[in-house]
Design a protein around this ligand. Sequence first.
Ligand code: 4NP
Length: 184
Amino acid sequence: MGSGLSLRGTDYGQRIWFFAHFFRNFANGMRQRILFICLGNICRSPAAEGIFQHLVDERGLADQFMIDSAAIGPWHIGDLPDPRMRRCGARHGYHFNSRARQFSSADFDHFDLIIGMDQENLRAIRAKARSKEDEQKIRLMADYLRHHPNHPTIPDPYYGSDRDFELVIELLEDACEGLLKDIC
Ligand code: 4NP
């Protein structure tokens, strides 16, 4: 039989690899697994999670994605997003209600894309990568911006004003659209 799926002639290592990947993807329903990362997981990454979730819900694509967010640091574990981020999100029709958790190396096993908000995030994420395969999953959120070419990062609003939180929403809406376009 000339089927491209035939495993005849392959060695046992390759067969085990094939079935491990097949069953892992099957168990995940072939969903794209995306993890957004920022320093505290109370401002930018929960907003990215909420905005991207809203976008895929709106487009009827929710069953194709698993979306989560996490922090580089441990300071806010268990917390809801910052009240300023929640209020700002609510003004734009979003409901940010995830609980902060800390990123770990094990996340590389559970996600296909790990997306940081700034260069400091990327350095901390890379420091947890265990292999080339892990490193290949790392992305910068600003690389998905299509309408804000002068923003190399999603800037940290924690010590900023209401306007800084507004900018985060504006940038994340643009980047989430760009991300969805890139992967669909
Ligand atoms: P985030 O913002 O990384 O966008 O969640 C921050 C949240 C908390 C702190 C810094 C940034 N902090 O220093 O506690």
